[in-house]
Ligand binder design. Structure first.
Ligand SMILES: [Zn+2]
Length: 479
């Protein structure tokens, strides 16, 4: 939100004070109700879930016109006087959870929506009674357990934009280092086209400038055409090759949320170590990026074990595109926002942040590691890093790969492995064995696992913990 928009929103009656606790200068908004709240209350609102209150920061978030219109149609004074008119107790002792479950609040939410859309405003009789909202068991338990954020399919235009960036990156950035032969052939085609164009231009035109321009333009034109072709073709697999989390992983996360050991936010899932809550200090936290097209909930079981051992884990939510490279979710802005939110909004003081990632999520995390001065360590699972190996020299990293991983098969060379102490191979593991999803066939068909998924994850957790807590990395069985 820019300064002008902010002053417009701030000037609405009642917006000088937090709508829930009356503290001054609230810098957060609940878009669901068009109200402003302070950062403590924003944390409580997030705890209710995004379906009850959608929280945005006035300063950190970008705002679109619809969202701004909602804020302008709302205002703290309108909201509180509406609740007072409908007999909802406004005293500070009323917990936020109870307050935002009342029918009056739900009616206000619908009225606000209708006001912004220019539709007739609903009445109290249109709102289901609380009994219907919170049915007694067994339906109640289903309602309570229905805590996971649903995943949404991306739109085709979003896919084209993102896959254009994705393919440009894949075909150009690592140049000849990564998969040299097919890439070399591709470049030969591009520049061969340039040379053909050059010789034709020579026949027709003697201007050196025009000939040079042709030589430079044709390869770019060919490459762009090819990338566009791949991007259009991508729409199908971007929608069909999404890898769902196993039900067991979803249930693990639900259980943790119910026990207060995990929390879902729009941007990320948090896994708390035992006895850590808002306002605590933790020694180590890992900012973890999931693999391309993989549901981030798939990691619930394995990162849950890391959190049980005392690490705060943040699994970044890359929905709906699930593209770690080139998606805003894995960008620098989001990294800063997440670290800010954990520190300021939840008040959790983290002594050391470490990057983590699986597959392309690991590649994205490596990129971030390079650009983050305050973070110097990273742990990467099933990640092809040949083209990024220079980063490893500068910072401390641990690579954990699996011998039967066919997805990230072009991994670090044996020579490099023996030189680097922080490398671990899981004998008989595969790519999807690092989380609970699969089978993976995109971008390549994964290998068969020769050990159980529990065994692979046990080894992965062990070595990750060794690395995070500065212990020696276990010897590779092959050595
Ligand atoms: Zn407040």
């Amino acid at each position: 939100m820019n300064a002008n928009q902010k002053s417009q929103v701030n000037s609405l009656p009642g917006n000088g004070y937090c709508c829930d606790c009356n503290s001054s200068c609230p810098a957060w908004a609940s878009l669901t109700y068009g109200i402003l709240i302070c950062f403590e209350c924003a944390g409580r609102h997030r705890g209710l879930g995004v379906h009850i209150s959608f929280v945005r920061s006035l300063t950190l978030d970008k705002w679109n016109q619809d969202q701004l219109d909602t804020m302008m149609a709302g205002g703290n004074k309108k909201f509180t006087s509406f609740l007072a008119d409908h007999g909802t107790d406004q005293d500070n002792k009323t917990t936020i959870r109870i307050k935002y479950a009342t029918r009056a609040v739900q009616l206000y939410k619908e009225i606000l929506k209708a006001r912004v859309a220019g539709k007739p405003e609903p009445k109290m009789s249109d709102i289901p009674s609380l009994d219907a909202d919170f049915p007694s068991s067994p339906r109640r338990s289903r309602h309570v357990l229905d805590v996971l954020r649903p995943s949404v399919l991306p739109t085709s235009s979003a896919i084209i934009i993102c896959s254009f960036k994705y393919w440009s990156h894949t075909l150009f950035r690592p140049l000849l280092l990564d998969k040299p032969r097919p890439k070399f052939a591709l470049y030969a085609v591009y520049f061969g086209g340039g040379i053909v164009a050059y010789s034709n231009a020579e026949l027709r035109n003697n201007s050196h400038f025009l000939r040079l321009a042709t030589v430079l333009t044709v390869p770019v034109f060919l490459a762009t055409g090819y990338i566009l072709f791949l991007s259009l073709r991508s729409i199908k697999w971007w929608k069909t090759q999404r890898l769902c989390a196993f039900k067991s992983a979803k249930n693990k996360l639900k259980e943790r949320i119910m026990k207060g050991r995990a929390k879902q936010n729009p941007l990320y899932d948090l896994y708390f170590p035992p006895n850590v809550s808002i306002g605590s200090i933790v020694e180590k936290a890992v900012l973890f990026y999931p693999e391309l097209l993989v549901d981030h909930v798939s990691y619930a079981s394995i990162v849950g074990k890391l959190s049980d051992a005392g690490i705060l884990i943040v699994v970044v939510n890359l929905e709906p595109l699930r593209t770690p490279i080139w998606s805003d979710g894995a960008g620098k802005e989001n990294r800063d926002k997440i670290m800010f939110e954990v520190g300021k909004l939840l008040g959790i003081e983290v002594k050391e942040w470490i990057f983590g990632g699986h597959g392309e999520g690991g590649v994205a995390a490596l990129e971030l590691l390079r650009s983050t001065t305050t973070i110097s360590r990273g742990v990467f699972w099933g990640c092809s890093i040949s083209h990024s190996s220079q980063i490893i020299n500068k910072s401390t990293t641990l690579m954990i790969n699996a011998t039967n991983d066919q997805v990230a098969r072009h991994t670090i060379s044996i020579k490099e492995q023996t030189r680097s102490k922080s490398f671990f191979n899981i004998e008989g593991g595969n790519h999807s064995g690092f989380a609970h999803y699969g089978p993976q066939i995109f971008p390549r068909k994964d290998g068969e696992r020769a050990i159980t998924i529990d065994e692979q994850q046990k080894q992965c957790v062990e070595q990750t913990l060794n690395f995070v807590f500065g212990r020696e990395i276990g010897k590779n069985k092959k050595d």
